[in-house]
Design a protein. Structure first.
Length: 500
């Protein structure tokens, strides 16, 4: 029987009224399992109105009340980890252990939000002038929105709304229509924890819903994670409508391997970072840049490891990698591999013909490894977002850095070396927002912020951490003077106020 996913507005399920529905498939079988309501502009407006009404009380609520609710929420999420992960596996396809890891990384931000009392402390300077004090405080924006991608249907929403509501905002979430169920469960658990009705709302939809959020005058800020073209569109459109925007875009993450690196560790890292979650990560390593002297040996080590990866349904504990989310995406990823040889690459592994017995209609693709890839080839230029690893060869460290810095993307990068001086130089010279030293996926912990440079980020704020708190609040400076009762009246003074 096909399941129906509706909106969550005002603390309850609200049936879709637009008459438009999207189909959600089980990636392992290809079968349609769910239909999801696609909101009209009017339905989005209703959710925003509900959030605006809730903000009147929530925005002035005490920090003690907010954190009490968030602590309860964290406990409920912890208790329901497996249930959330099961929804992710059913609709995204990633293996259960990977889905559990996603939930754990989302929980980090909930835990950060539980400590919001220290994050929102203001500053006070006394006696800046005679009997004058100056205080800096941060206040919530109002109604804020989040538009999140299919690859992390629980983690990325948790990167946004826990901090937003902890800061006193109300939130409208528009998750991916490809795997919508996890978002509803997150909202239901927030209500169970005691979050007031209307503080967190979930509206499902497509571009109609997105554009309605970007245009609505009561939405003060928009957070987005997705591809670079859409991130640019979100930033341009929302900014033109007077909104604060953080729009995280695509990536082409490089891993530079120097001759002194532990090649076994580098090969392990490359396989893990390139093929984990079937390559559907914005922090996946998709390009290994190897110095010529070690390139042959490194490619062989990667090939040996990649051939041993077990591919199968995410519900099977033996599976290490699951299917891609849709048939169309699977075919697009495969096209980069089938066209690679004609553009000069050596196809070391071709996973395009992979199938899984008993699941022949699933969205399967095997691991692909392309060597001697040219920088002007499609496989290198585009964000493939699948289990395809490109290897590029360079003669020197300097050539490798120039190659990486020439990329229009600047999300994350890594270097593998035993040389501390080279690593230090790399982290200063490389043009990317997140750098790993012998760490292939340098996703910052929750109390540091996540975000890239160049075409990987549009807007001034990274997500979560201190940047997240600043994004969801605005500063106010209050200057106060309390005259002493015995002080004589000073009279009118048209001069510029002096601090003396």
């Amino acid at each position: 029987m096909t399941k129906t996913v509706n909106h969550w507005i005002g603390g309850k399920t609200v049936e879709g009224a637009s008459g438009n529905w999207g189909e959600v498939t089980d990636p392992a079988t290809g079968a349609v399992t769910t239909r999801v309501a696609l909101a009209s502009a009017d339905e989005v407006a209703a959710a925003v109105a509900t959030a605006r009404e809730a903000f009147a009380a929530w925005g002035t609520s005490s920090l003690a009340r907010r954190t009490e609710i968030l602590f309860r929420y964290r406990a409920l999420l912890d208790a329901r980890r497996d249930d959330i992960a099961a929804l992710i596996t059913a609709e995204h396809g990633k293996v259960h252990s990977d889905a559990l890891g996603e939930v754990a990384r989302g929980l980090e931000i909930v835990e950060l939000a539980c400590g919001i009392t220290t994050q929102l402390k203001g500053e006070l300077s006394t006696q800046v002038s005679s009997r004058v004090d100056v205080a800096s405080i941060r206040q919530p924006l109002g109604v804020v929105a989040g538009i999140t991608p299919f690859n992390f249907p629980a983690m990325v929403p948790m990167w946004m709304f826990p901090l937003a509501v902890a800061c006193g905002n109300t939130f409208v979430l528009k998750p991916s229509e490809k795997d919508p169920s996890a978002a509803n469960l997150l909202a239901e658990l927030a209500a169970e924890a005691g979050l007031p009705d209307g503080v967190l709302n979930v509206v499902h939809g497509d571009k109609v819903a997105v554009d309605a959020l970007l245009a609505h005058p009561d939405v003060a800020a928009v957070s987005f994670v997705g591809s670079t073209p859409i991130a640019r569109y979100i930033h341009t459109t929302a900014s033109a409508n007077g909104k604060r925007v953080q729009a995280l875009g695509g990536a082409k993450n490089h891993m530079l391997v120097l001759p002194d690196a532990d090649l076994d560790a580098a090969a392990d890292a490359a396989v893990s970072a390139a093929y984990g979650s079937a390559g559907e990560r914005c922090m996946a390593i998709s390009a290994v840049v190897a110095l010529d002297s070690v390139a042959d040996e490194l490619v062989e080590k990667i090939r040996e490891r990649a051939e041993k990866i077990t591919i199968g349904p995410g519900t099977d504990p033996a599976s290490e990698m699951g299917p891609l989310i849709t048939r169309a995406h699977r075919d697009k990823v495969a096209s980069y591999v089938t066209g690679a040889a004609a553009q000069g690459a050596d196809v070391v592994l071709d996973g395009t013909g992979h199938t899984v017995e008993g699941y022949e209609n699933g969205h399967w693709i095997g691991l692909s490894l392309l060597d001697k890839v040219a920088t002007d080839s499609d496989a290198y230029r585009d964000e493939i977002f699948g289990p395809v690893l490109c290897v590029l060869r360079v003669a020197t460290y300097e050539e490798g850095v120039r190659l990486i810095n020439a990329s229009p993307f600047g999300n994350g990068t890594a270097i593998f070396t035993r040389d501390g001086g080279a690593a230090r130089r790399f982290q200063l010279e490389i043009q990317a927002g997140m750098v790993g030293v012998n760490v292939p996926i340098p996703v910052p912990v929750g109390y540091h912020s996540f975000g890239g440079w160049k075409d990987s980020l549009f807007g001034d704020h990274h997500i979560y951490g201190n940047d997240g708190v600043h994004f969801y609040t605005r500063g106010k400076v209050v200057t106060t003077r309390w005259p002493d009762p015995s002080e004589p009246h000073t009279g009118v003074d048209l001069g510029f106020p002096r601090n003396s």
